[in-house]
Design a protein. Structure first.
Length: 354
């Protein structure tokens, strides 16, 4: 990238930070976190530009169906920030062709993407799309819901999401997305609530097949659902698993996230469709990698916070060798570590008060 282009990219830091914020559910709060965004976003933005230049050149990023079980397919989003160029196609969506219809898990990051997925589904079955299960209400997974709703699908979500979707935070993020993700997100785009809110783990018969919806939040979000399809031996993990890339931790409850990952190891899954990245043919290995990463963040940042070591000093002292080769490390790791540092400070203060 030429120097003038780098300067232009850095001038767009605020926009890039908003694009990421539009795809996360927990609000960024506190002067320290805002400073962290300002200090990190430019470098992160340049990394993404270099890594995703080929993708960004296309107005219509490819969407290919990938089969993971006899009746289960998914499409894989790009390892990038949501943008006008990629239509916010940065997350996965999957579906199961059941005896009486098609059940979709997550709705992608724009109505146009959802329509493209519906068109893809029609190429392999003429069964109607009867239901959409939402693993969590992050923008890159739910801005496509209105297209499925218009096609007659029933939306199923976890009730803890209701507080967020009716919040000022969600409203402001949608407004920002109408600028940062235009024209794919516009004045007609809305956050579609569920038709059916579930309160806890439950087993449902949908379109003639059995779906086990397990409440595994609060973890990545308060409302995280894992979707187990026993007839297919497939697990949809939502954003509890980022396969082949480092996860975005944000303001997640990483302690409970670890517990949830241990729970996921108990499913006899032959394949796991993650919220981001390629479907896993070795679920144990991939789940353990995410779990160990979260444990390492909590251990190293927790020790630093307890010993009152400033974050920058603590971060530079940590040996990141095991996780450095994982894609998106340069973009995500410092932010993950910083948010975990703040979380461990909060947990320590809470323990003192109790």
């Amino acid at each position: 990238m030429k120097l003038v282009e780098q300067r232009t990219a850095c001038a767009q830091v605020g926009s890039g930070a908003r694009m990421h914020a539009a795809n996360v559910a927990s609000p960024v709060s506190g002067l320290a976190q805002l400073r962290a965004w300002a200090g990190l976003a430019c470098a992160a933005f340049l990394v993404v530009l270099h890594a995703g230049a080929a993708t960004a050149a296309s107005e219509t990023p490819p969407m290919m169906l990938q089969q993971v079980a006899p009746n289960t397919y998914y499409v894989q989003g790009l390892a990038a920030l949501g943008s006008t160029k990629n239509q916010n196609f940065i997350s996965n969506s999957g579906f199961v062709i059941a005896p009486k219809g098609v059940v979709v898990v997550d709705a992608l990051g724009s109505p146009a993407l959802a329509q493209r997925l519906m068109d893809q589904i029609k190429t392999i079955t003429d069964k109607p799309i009867t239901h959409v299960i939402v693993t969590h209400y992050h923008a890159d997974h739910i801005y496509g819901l209105q297209a499925f709703k218009a096609a007659g699908a029933v939306i199923i979500g976890q009730e803890r999401a209701r507080e967020y979707i009716y919040s000022e935070t969600a409203k402001l993020r949608l407004e920002a997305s109408r600028t940062d993700l235009a024209p794919w997100i516009d004045d007609n785009t809305r956050i579609e609530p569920a038709d059916q809110w579930i309160t806890g783990s439950t087993t449902m018969e949908l379109a003639g097949a059995t779906f086990q919806l397990d409440l595994v939040g609060p973890a990545h979000t308060p409302e995280d659902l894992a979707v187990w399809v026993p007839s297919e031996q497939v697990l949809f993990s939502g954003d509890l698993i980022f396969n082949g890339r480092l996860p975005f931790v944000g303001k997640a409850n990483s302690g409970h996230w670890i517990v949830a990952l241990d729970q996921m190891l108990q499913y006899p899954a032959k394949a796991v469709v993650p919220g981001h990245g390629k479907a896993s043919a070795d679920p144990q290995k991939d789940i353990i990698l995410v779990r160990d990463y979260l444990k390492y963040l909590r251990k190293t940042m927790g020790e630093a916070a307890n010993n009152l070591v400033p974050f920058e000093e603590a971060y530079d002292d940590v040996d990141w060798a095991r996780f450095a080769p994982v894609p998106m490390f340069k973009f995500a790791n410092r932010m993950n570590a910083y948010n975990t540092y703040l979380l461990m400070e909060q947990e320590a203060l809470k323990g003192i008060k109790e």
